[in-house]
Design a protein around this ligand. Structure first.
Ligand SMILES: NC(=O)c1ccc[n+]([C@@H]2O[C@H](COP(=O)([O-])OP(=O)(O)OC[C@H]3O[C@@H](n4cnc5c(N)ncnc54)[C@H](OP(=O)(O)O)[C@@H]3O)[C@@H](O)[C@H]2O)c1
Length: 261
């Protein structure tokens, strides 16, 4: 038998991956990468209208894709959707928790209800998905969980208190799960993106403020959304099998540096 090469260890043939928020932005880039590496990818979207064209795009390239739609802020809908996913696929090998909502209102301006809602989508819903896929992973003694946080999981800027709190909590949850699930051969890691030029950020990349943000990055530019995919594939594949409880920062060097005033 030919020995496995390092490139073989990035393959995901026969694996089932669920990617939340896969209709656009970083979620779509990561979902496509996992599919290209051989996984059968279940693309999650808020609605069928958003997600079905993405699945068709992958299927058109001969890649395996399925879809599921639900609002991550609706706990009952999430449970029902996970019933469907597990009935259809039996188990999940890779769970990539990408959905993240933002709210840039200050502590003074955000309402307690909106604070709770954002934390429930960005952190609580992740916990709910993990809880549903965990039993199958434990039974099969195999699983990869990847959570998308942000550089705000360690560093705060003025504004976005609910988002900052949720992402910090998600990084902590990642470490707690690494400790709890490691003995079952399940890894749990996070990816902390910096400044990515996704559709959501389109206005922020423009003008002098967009250029100023780019200058804050040692690489002197915003990231292309596709530049997140390598990190996701590493953490999801056998190549990253001994990485556990880690947050992989993908920020062009922002969080490793500061400006000399
Ligand atoms: N882009 C960056 O620079 C950056 C930096 C740091 C961290 N991140 C994190 O990376 C992840 C992806 O970022 P992105 O820029 O690609 O975001 P995005 O373009 O806003 O995409 C997020 C995806 O999640 C979906 N989504 C949001 N709330 C949902 C909900 N309640 N129910 C179901 N789906 C929901 C969105 O669906 P709709 O299309 O229906 O809204 C969208 O498809 C997020 O967790 C974000 O916090 C991004």
């Amino acid at each position: 038998m030919t020995p496995m090469t390092i490139l073989d260890r990035f393959r995901l043939d026969g694996q089932i991956a669920l990617v939340s928020g896969a209709a656009r932005g970083l979620g779509w880039e990561m979902a496509r990468a996992l599919a290209e590496a051989g996984a059968r990818v279940i693309l999650h979207g808020r609605t069928d209208t958003a997600i079905l064209p993405r699945a068709a795009e992958l299927a058109g390239r001969g890649l395996a894709a399925d879809t599921i739609s639900f609002d991550m802020g609706d706990a009952a809908a999430t449970e029902r959707a996970m019933d469907t996913v597990l009935a259809r696929h039996g188990h999940i090998d890779i769970l990539l928790n990408n959905v993240g909502e933002r709210d840039r209102r200050s502590v003074q301006r955000i309402t307690p209800e909106d604070f709770d809602r954002l934390v429930s989508v960005d952190l609580g819903a992740v916990y709910r998905l993990i809880k549903r896929v965990m039993p199958g992973m434990i039974e099969r003694r195999h699983g990869r969980i990847v959570c998308v946080t942000s550089i705000v999981d360690q560093l705060a800027a003025n504004g976005s208190p609910s988002y900052t709190a949720a992402k910090g909590g998600l990084a902590a949850l990642t470490r707690a799960l690494a400790a709890e699930l490691g003995p079952h051969n399940i890894t749990c890691n996070a990816i902390a993106p910096g400044f990515f030029a996704t559709e959501t950020n389109s206005t922020m990349t423009q003008g002098e403020s967009g250029a100023r943000r780019a200058r804050r990055v040692p690489l002197n530019r915003w990231a292309d959304p596709g530049e997140i995919a390598g990190a996701a594939l590493l953490l999801a594949s056998p190549a990253g099998g001994y990485i556990n409880g880690h947050t992989l920062v993908v920020d062009g060097g922002i969080s490793a540096t500061y400006d000399m005033l």
